[in-house]
Every structure is written in C-alpha cells, then in structure tokens.
Design a protein around this ligand. Structure first.
Ligand code: SF4
Ligand code: SF4
Length: 197
C-alpha cells in the first residue's frame, strides 16, 4: 500500500512537472510568435514618428532655434527648460522635443515638473542640426522634397507601404544622421552636397 501510494505520488509529481514545462514552453512560443509578428508590423506613419514641418526660416532643427533653449543660465552654461537644470545644453545640440521659436532669456522654474530624461529625449550633439535631407532614410527628389523610406504612407490607419514624400527640412523622431555627418568631416560642404543629392 505504501509502495503503491509512493508510486502514485511519483506519477502525479511527474505529470505536474510535464504540465509546467508544457505551459512554460507554450508561453515561450507565444512570445517568440509575438516578436516575429512585430518584425512584420507596418512602419509608423508620419504622426507616429512626430513628424515636424520645416522651420519657418529654413534652418535645420537644433537647440539654438528651439523655444525651450536658454543660451546662458546663471552659471554661464546653456540649458533647456524641459531637461534638468543640471544638464548642460549646447546651441548645436538637439532632441526629439524641438519646437521652433526664439530661445528664452533666462531660466524659469516650473514647479512640480518632472524633467525629460536625456536618455530618452534623443538629446545629442549634431553640428548643423537635423532635417530629413541629412537623414539616412531620405532620398532627394529636388525642389525641397524627397522620399522617406522609414515612414509608412497614409495619414490614418491602416498604414500604406513606404516610401512617403517628406519636406527636405522637415524632421521626425526616426531621424538618423548619415555616418559622415556624425563624424563631423567638412560638415558644411558635406551637408550641402547631401542636400543636393
Ligand atoms: S534639448 Fe530639445 S527641447 Fe531642449 S532646447 Fe534642445 S531641442 Fe529644444
Ligand atoms: S527622412 Fe528621416 S527624419 Fe525625415 S521623416 Fe524620414 S526618418 Fe524622419
């Protein structure tokens, strides 16, 4: 009797283990399928990448033409009103929150504000500024316009296939500088060449 009970317990324990392994395995398969499905997901449309129209004065996007920039704080360093005050910001930095406008005269406190984390704002130094015509995904078509191969067509879901027509001096959160630009080699001449490409 004792031996039989022991045997039964062993069988039950084995069944439980097999069940648990099965559930874990199914869960893993579901996750893998989820990841696979994401690979085939359509590209985001312009609204999904926060596409911004060109600056009205034709300049590229950078802190020096952003309304949130403070060129000289009390410590003599540049700051941004939505990043932490301890974060130094240079005129030729830029980030994904850029809003064209006149920089601020001085720092203004915003009580209770949770500053933007530079790790996630896309803050970086981009001499010359950002715009579609200096983005790896841009294919110039002349007359200030080009094709973007990283944004889906259509203004509303469902998204259509890329490419989509964008303005040369527009920009979005998917912006990725062309390698030579980030190396900073003969930048101005290079940017001019790229714009004409
Ligand atoms: S860091 Fe971003 S939000 Fe701040 S001034 Fe520069 S572009 Fe504007
Ligand atoms: S070309 Fe680059 S910056 Fe312009 S919309 Fe496409 S991904 Fe964004």
């Amino acid at each position: 009797m004792t031996r039989l009970s022991g045997g039964l317990l062993a069988v039950v324990w084995l069944c439980c283990c097999v069940g648990i392994v099965g559930v874990v395995s199914l869960e893993r398969e579901a996750r893998v399928a989820e990841q696979e499905a994401k690979k085939d997901a359509p590209l985001p449309q312009a609204w999904g990448v926060v596409y911004a129209r060109p600056n009205p004065d034709g300049s590229r996007k950078s802190c020096q033409n952003c309304m949130m920039f403070i060129p000289r704080d009390e410590d003599g360093r540049g700051k941004c009103s939505i990043h932490a005050r301890t974060q130094e910001i240079k005129p030729d930095d830029t980030c994904g929150y850029h809003v064209f406008g006149t920089p601020m005269d001085k720092w203004m406190d915003h009580p209770g504000m949770d500053p933007v984390d530079p790790k996630y704002s896309g803050l970086g130094n981009v001499p010359g500024g950002t715009s579609c015509d200096v983005c790896v995904y841009y294919e110039g078509q002349g007359e200030g316009k080009g094709l973007c191969h990283a944004v889906a067509s259509g203004d509303e879901p469902p998204a259509g296939p890329p490419p989509v027509t964008v303005e040369a001096k527009g920009c979005c959160s998917r912006w990725e500088g062309r390698p030579a630009q980030t190396e900073g080699v003969a930048l101005n001449a290079l940017l001019k060449k790229i714009s004409e490409a």
